[in-house]
Structures are given as structure tokens and as C-alpha cells.
Design a protein around this ligand. Structure first.
Ligand code: G3P
Length: 217
């Protein structure tokens, strides 16, 4: 499973990248707002740090304007994935931009049918939002499973990018189902290493080690 970081916080990306945990980055207008940075500047900086795809989202609503914004974002660096919303205009822009050889990430996906359309429009990535479905008492993981089954049924190569990941259980479940990629905030990725039994075990080992009176270095 590839790990993308869902943030426009350059320092957080740099830190995780040094650990080899970053296969890509996803951003969106809300994350750009949170960063307080200019979209072009911050995206350029991220693209210079990370080798994998960096998603940058358009904000236009009509296909022609989306295509123009997408082309401008793609000029930032060769590893830009143009992020487009799952609307008919977004799909139209997806068809055009993916045909031009750009990576496209179709976002705000909340149904299997939407995912089917994105694959047919040539998307490199489809982003189903797990947490936001859970928020309204629907099952985000069921959607990931449905998309996995449908894509496998027909051999679609669009990668399933499990997004709106809020918990460590979301990561486990998405991996179990076989999502190709998950994108999560740095805080969620940091929690993946934590386990109380690891902490307890380490504490006990260190206590016993002290009793041996030995040193390794
Ligand atoms: O990748 C999409 C993500 O940024 C949305 O997450 O937590 O705002 O639903 P959230």
C-alpha cells in the first residue's frame, strides 16, 4: 500500500519523507488555507521534496476553466497529479487532461458508480472519502470494497486512493481490502507506530537491562 500524506505542511512532509514513509502528497483548497501559503509556491516546494505524485486541486466549476487551471498546475512540476471534483465537468476535464498525459486524481467520490465513471474517464486515482461517509452514518469501507471489486472485475487501472482517513483502523481496513493508496494527515500516520504493549514491553526490557549492569557502547 502506498502512503500519501494529506497536508500542505512542508515541514511535516519533510519529516515523514526522511523516514521513507511518503509515496506522494495530497492537498486541497482547505489544506492550502490551513498552510497559509500561496498554492503555486507551496506546491512547488512539496514537489521538490517528494518524488511521487503531488495532488493539486482546481477550483473552477466548468470543464474549460478546469482544464486551463489543471494545465497551469501541471506546469509546477512533472509529478503533479491534477485533482478534479467528481462532477460531469470534472469528468470531462479528466478525459481531456489524462489524454494529454497528465496524472489526474478525481476527488470527492462518494459512490461506486462515481468511481466507475472516473475510471472510464481515464483517472489515475479515484479518491473515495471514507471519513465523510462515516460522518453521516454510512460505511466508508463498504465503498472501498465495492470499488475494489468493480475495478478488479473489469481490469481498470485507476488506483483506489482511500481518502478522508481519520483513524488508524481506517488504514488497516483500507489495506485489508486492497486500496492501492491511502492518504492521511501526518498525525494519523504518526499514530500507526503506537501500541501500549510496545511501550510496556520496552519499559520492562529496559528495567531488566539496567539490572544486568551491562553497556552495549
Ligand atoms: O483527502 C481528503 C481529505 O483531505 C478530506 O479529509 O478529514 O476533511 O474529510 P476530511
Amino acid at each position: 500500500m502506498k502512503f500519501f500524506v494529506d497536508t500542505a505542511d512542508v515541514e511535516a512532509i519533510r519529516e515523514l519523507n526522511e523516514l521513507g514513509m511518503v509515496d506522494g502528497v495530497t492537498t486541497n483548497p482547505s489544506l492550502i488555507l490551513k498552510s497559509g501559503r500561496d498554492i503555486i509556491e507551496v506546491t512547488k516546494e512539496i514537489c521538490a521534496i517528494v518524488e511521487g505524485p503531488v495532488s493539486a486541486e482546481v477550483v473552477a466549476l466548468e470543464s474549460e476553466a478546469m482544464i486551463a487551471e489543471g494545465r497551469k498546475l501541471a506546469q509546477i512540476a512533472p509529478n503533479i497529479a491534477i485533482k478534479l471534483p467528481l462532477t460531469w465537468d470534472g469528468l470531462k476535464a479528466c478525459k481531456m487532461l489524462s489524454g494529454e498525459g497528465h496524472m489526474v486524481n478525481v476527488t470527492l467520490c462518494f459512490s461506486a458508480n462515481q468511481a466507475l465513471l472516473a475510471a472510464k474517464a481515464g483517472a489515475s486515482f479515484i479518491s473515495p472519502f471514507i471519513g465523510r461517509l462515516d460522518d453521516i452514518n454510512l460505511d466508508g469501507m463498504e465503498l472501498i470494497q465495492d470499488i475494489r471489486t468493480i475495478y478488479d472485475n473489469y481490469g481498470f487501472e485507476t488506483e483506489i486512493l482511500a481518502a478522508s482517513i481519520r483513524t488508524v483502523n481506517h488504514v488497516t481496513e483500507a489495506a485489508r481490502i486492497g486500496a492501492d493508496v491511502m492518504t492521511a494527515p501526518p498525525e494519523v500516520i504518526a499514530k500507526l507506530a503506537a501500541h501500549p504493549l510496545t511501550d510496556k514491553g520496552l519499559e520492562n526490557f529496559l528495567k531488566d537491562w539496567e539490572k544486568t549492569g551491562q553497556k552495549i557502547l
